[in-house]
Write a protein of this length. Structure first.
Length: 232
């Protein structure tokens, strides 16, 4: 959970980086200093991206720090944000502070590049959504429902035909255990596959989402078996 919280914070900080770069780049191209442009971005860029710029602008005013130190220094705004994208942006702004007005175009070009990457990422996620949503729903909902109904119905049939079944038939309890193990295996196979397709190989995400899938799947499986048994 703590690792996921950091990851979510990183994604929130990265959300409006492109907007911040456009704003800073245009201001610098018009003759504003990078430091002044960062203060303007702190006021206009929303959410956690704006908070980072506000923190950096505050450090510039109170401690008279340069752009690099304000973002990446010991007390910098990005010291607790392990984001290569955000840190690369800060490094670019630090270079721009030394170069002055000509660096404005480079900042805007960087913003264009980031926007293109975001568009490609969004399109890729849209194309994968059908597959990954099916995997997630099968693991957490559909699979446990079907499995629970199957075991529940098997219990009803076994009860109705008691005394007529030979010793080679799998008992209902054994069937429930076997199917339960199958549901657990689905969580450990389909969930990592879905996460890997969307985000790559991330152990923290694997652990977090497998835990969620196991919780929902086993609860739903047990509840379905119970309800079908009660109806029978």
């Amino acid at each position: 959970m703590p690792i996921i919280a950091v990851r979510n914070h990183v994604r929130a900080v990265e959300t409006h980086l492109t907007d911040a770069l456009y704003l800073v780049g245009r201001q610098v191209a018009e003759g504003e200093s990078v430091e002044s442009a960062i203060e303007l971005a702190a006021d206009r860029v929303p959410a956690e991206t704006g908070d980072v710029f506000d923190h950096a602008a505050s450090l510039q005013r109170r401690l008279h720090l340069g752009v690099e130190a304000a973002f990446l220094g010991e007390y910098g705004a990005l010291r607790d944000v392990p984001s290569p994208r955000a840190r690369g942006t800060a490094a670019l702004l630090a270079i721009a502070a030394d170069e002055g007005q000509p660096a404005g175009r480079a900042i805007v070009s960087m913003a264009d590049h980031l926007e293109e990457l975001e568009d490609v990422e969004a399109e890729t996620n849209r194309q994968l959504a059908t597959v990954t949503d099916t995997l997630d729903n099968t693991t957490a909902y559909f699979g446990p429902l079907v499995a629970g109904a199957t075991v529940g119905l098997a219990g009803m049939i076994a009860t109705d035909t008691v005394g007529m079944v030979d010793g080679t038939t799998l008992s209902t309890d054994a069937l429930g255990i076997v199917v339960g193990i199958y549901i657990i295996l689905l969580c450990f196979i389909l969930t990592p596959l879905s996460i890997a397709l969307r985000y790559g190989l991330d152990r923290a995400l694997f652990g977090y989402h497998i835990g969620r899938a196991l919780t929902s799947a086993m609860l739903l499986y047990g509840l379905t078996v119970f309800i079908v048994g009660m109806i029978g």
